[in-house]
Structures are given as C-alpha cells and as structure tokens.
Design a protein around this ligand. Structure first.
Ligand code: NOJ
Ligand code: CA
Length: 508
C-alpha cells in the first residue's frame, strides 16, 4: 500500500499558512504550500481538525463533523485543497475524533435537554456527583454535574468535550457515517484520535492509584487509567472503524500504550488499524542501547503482516529539537527517516524548529501545548511569511533565525537534509522496505543495517566517536561533502553526526 513506502507530514492548519490576514492558518494556506511539500518529498499530509468547533481544544472539540470551521475556510476550499494535493501527488489524511464531541454539538445539546431525550444515551450520563474517582486527561474530575437533569456526564478531556457512548448502536452508525462523508469527498485516509479511550468500564470501577505518585491527587497521572482506557472491547470498535475505512484508505490510530498493548491495535489478523502510532521514540532515553532495545522490542512484537511506523513529534509534545537538543536534531531526523516503517514528520521539524517561548498572556491551550504549535516560519519578514506583516499571529513565532527561506539558501540546512533523506528513501528498496538489524558499532553509536546493503551509523553523543562500520558514505547529516568516502571498518563521526553507508556485500 502507498503508506508502506510513504512518509506522512503532519500539518496543524492553524499554524501553517494564513491567507486572509487574521493570524490563523487556513485551508487555502495549506493548498498554497503544496509545491513546498512536493519538493520536500512527502507522500501524504495529515491535517489536524478543521471542522466546526468552538476551539476550546483547538478543533478537537467538534460541533459539526461535516462542516468546515469558518476560521479555516469553506467546503469549496477543502475540495480545492484535496484536488490540488492530488495534483501534486500528495494524499490527504483527515483527523477523525470518535471519542467525544463539543458540548455545543447538537447531539449533546439534545442529550442534555432531559433524561428522556432520545439522545440521552448517546453520551455517558450517570447518577452521582461524581459517580466515581475518574480523572480527566487535562486534570480535574472527569465528570461534570448537570444541575438541570441531576446527573453527571463523563469527559475524558475538557468538560466542553463530553464523551460519546460507543456502546450505543446509533452513535456508532452516526459516527461511521462521518467517515463515509469524507471518503465521498475524496480523502485518502484518517488519523483516529484517542482510540484507546472510546470505551470505559460499564460498572464504573474506580481507577487504582498510581504506585509511587506523590503529586496532587486530581491530575491524570495520579491514577492508573485501567477502567477508562485500552479495555479489551476497544478492539471491537477499532475493527468497526477499520471495516468502514476499508483497505484502500489509510487508518492511523492515536494509541499511547506499552508496545505489547499497542500492537494489538493492528488486530490479531490485520482487522485493526494500518498504523497504530508508535510514539515510543518520543520518550526513549537518547542512548544507542536504549534506542536499539526499543526498536528490537517493537520489531519483535509486530504481528505478522503488520507494517511499523515511527513518530518523533506532534502537536501534543515538546518539539524534538528541544527535547534532544539542537546538537542531536540531525541524528534524530536521520533516525526517523531510516528506520523500517512509515515515519510521520511534524511540520517545522524539517527546519529543526524548537519550542517557541509563549509569554503567560499569550497562552491559549488548556494543556500547555502552545510552544510546539508556533506558526511555520516561511521567511524572515515580520509576519514570517505565515501571515501579513503587522498582524499578530494566534501564537508567537519561534526562533527568528529559523525560516524556510533561509534554509532554502543553505545547501547544508536541516531542510536540505530532510530533502536528501526523503530522496534517498525513495531511491531504492533498502530504506523503504528492507529488514532492520542492529549492528554493534561502539558505545556512542547507534548503527543498523537496512535491507541488503545499507548501513546507518548515528553518533548520539556530544563527543566525537568512532563507528565500527564499513562501506561507502552516501549521505551524512552535516552535508559537507563526505559522500563517496570509503570506510574500511571505522568511520569517524563528529558530535551528533550520522551517516548512511552503502555496503557492497550483505555482510556490511
Ligand atoms: C489527542 C489530540 O492529539 C490532542 O491534541 C487532543 O487534545 C486530544 N486527543 C483530545 O481530542
Ligand atoms: Ca486565516
């Protein structure tokens, strides 16, 4: 399938390109930047939600699943974007948010109107204030008391994001119809939000306390979410969503879980998601041993026929360049783009963009995620090419020295490295599809073979290191002319430097 060799690029549309000078990115802006994305070499864009929303969670609180929020444009803009993307050979993946709606969605308005409402059972209403000890992901009680009807409703996230009741067949049908609607408009796949949250324990058992937790007791981490996430029955909903999405459209699923639980989301016989997001690189200790152990554990856990995937950043996490530090950002990019499986690149990470500083008066996200959502810096102009000069963008810009314009002019830039890596992936079978095997190359170096004749060596330290590998250098992260260097058994790597080598024999 196209996504097996493909690379997905995540766009947070509010932050990508503003075309009407309101400081908020929009769908026309995404369409305007398709030539950039084509040149970068990505195969698909995943757009986070742009549906009608009061924006309490910036689009993950949907009030109409089949309408475009006016801040992003119109349905005509959307149709034009899909057509233009396809014209550039780029697939379009939408966000599907099954777990909850906005409290302003007509379904919830109806549901809360009375206990006898025909949609009362579409959400999770229970007696008691609160009915049990469950905590919301963003903190505080996961139950909101409704004075008018004398019951509480459950919300895994904000009180303005009531959870749908996926045990109700009408809810299922209504939500699966949303997938049909967007498939009918020509999209190529879906990224499904909060997949492991969609069912909760029917008898509302209390979640157990987290061992060793000493912080406040009303934060999510204070409890083990045993009865609110990843119930075995969730797999049945995953399969129902997959059956609707089908085999021709991509099904990516947001799943935060230990590897052994995560891989269940493929389905025992492939009836689940095509790509349950593998977020484990985000939290891994940045050492060769820890990363190699992670890759091996994941590779070993994958069910037959399951295709791997890797993520280094997204709109919910501090940016990778801030997490690992600028000195490791290039090695991180080489890692992401040379492991076996479909990578997802978070917009701006191809520039090495770091988290932006967001002064207290500019904070807008309820969960502190503004720094990684700063607008894409296209140029050095005051509006950074993102918005009109003189317009205040919805979030502050990051580092003024970083821009697409500046990096286009620099053949050694992070952007140039990403283009080279993506072109290299495309140029043969080894990186696109070849098997993975860890190589022993010295303590500072993560090294692995891909396929028959490609070796990757990454110095994950801030000191020079020697990689015990051989072959001929085809690309290094510094882009300063080491290509063609013949390595007879030891490759000198500078701090944070990585290299791809071609070996003449399978022995490497
Ligand atoms: C995961 C999304 O990535 C995040 O941004 C959102 O706040 C929650 N799900 C709730 O939809
Ligand atoms: Ca706009």
């Amino acid at each position: 399938m196209w996504w097996e060799r493909g690379v997905v690029y995540e766009i947070y549309p509010r932050s990508f390109q503003d075309t009407n000078g309101d400081g908020v990115g929009d769908l026309r802006g995404v369409a305007d930047r398709l030539p950039y994305l084509e040149r970068l070499g990505v195969d698909a864009i995943w757009l986070t939600p742009f549906f009608a929303s009061p924006m309490r969670d910036f689009g993950y609180d949907i009030s109409d699943h089949c309408a475009i929020d006016p801040s992003f444009g119109t349905m005509e803009d959307f149709d034009a974007l899909v057509a233009a993307a396809h014209g550039h050979g780029i697939k379009v993946v939408l966000d599907f948010v099954p777990n909850h709606t906005s409290d302003l969605h007509p379904w919830f308005q109806e549901s809360r109107s009375s206990r006898e409402s025909p949609k009362r059972d579409w959400y999770l209403w229970r007696d008691g204030d609160p009915p049990n000890n469950w905590i919301a992901v963003f903190g505080g009680r996961a139950w909101e008391w409704d004075e008018a009807t004398g019951q509480s409703y459950y919300h895994a996230y904000l009180p303005e994001q009531p959870d749908l009741n996926w045990r109700n067949p009408e809810v299922r049908e209504a939500m699966l119809a949303v997938l049909r609607f967007w498939k009918g408009r020509g999209v190529d796949g879906f990224r499904v939000d909060a997949m492991r949250q969609v069912l909760k324990d029917l008898s509302l058992r209390d979640n157990p306390p987290a061992a060793g937790w000493e912080g406040p007791d009303d934060v999510y981490r204070a409890l083990v979410p045993e009865f609110t996430t990843d119930l075995d029955e969730v797999q049945e909903v995953v399969a129902a969503i997959r059956a609707e999405i089908g085999d021709e459209h991509l099904f990516m699923a947001e799943v935060t879980a230990p590897i052994e639980r995560l891989v269940r989301y493929y389905g025992a016989a492939g009836e689940g998601a095509h790509l349950p997001f593998n977020f484990h690189l985000i939290g891994v200790e940045w050492t060769p041993a820890a990363i190699a152990a992670l890759v091996e554990r994941y590779e070993a856990a994958l069910p037959d026929g399951a295709w791997p995937n890797w993520v280094l950043g997204n709109h919910d996490q501090p940016r990778v360049a801030s997490r690992v530090g600028p000195g490791q950002a290039r090695a991180a990019a080489m890692l992401l783009l040379t492991l076996r499986g479909t990578p997802t690149i978070y917009y701006g990470d191809e520039l090495g963009l770091e988290d932006a500083e967001v002064p207290p008066e500019r904070v807008v996200d309820p969960d502190g995620r503004d720094p990684e959502r700063s607008p894409m810096p296209w140029t050095g102009a005051p509006g950074r090419g993102f918005t009109a000069d003189g317009v205040q963008p919805w979030l502050p810009f990051g580092d003024a020295a970083v821009s697409v314009e500046a990096q286009e002019a620099d053949p050694r830039s992070m952007l140039a490295l990403h283009r080279r890596l993506l072109a290299l992936r495309r140029s043969g079978d080894d990186l696109a599809a070849g098997a993975y095997a860890t190589l022993a190359a010295g303590p500072a170096v993560l090294a692995y073979r891909r396929g028959t004749s490609t070796v990757v060596a990454l110095n994950l330290t801030a000191e020079p290191a020697t990689a015990e590998v051989s072959g001929e250098v085809v690309l290094t992260t510094e882009l300063d002319g080491r290509e063609g260097e013949v390595v007879p058994g030891a490759l000198a790597l500078r701090p944070g430097e990585g290299a791809v080598l071609r070996t003449s024999t399978a022995a490497g």
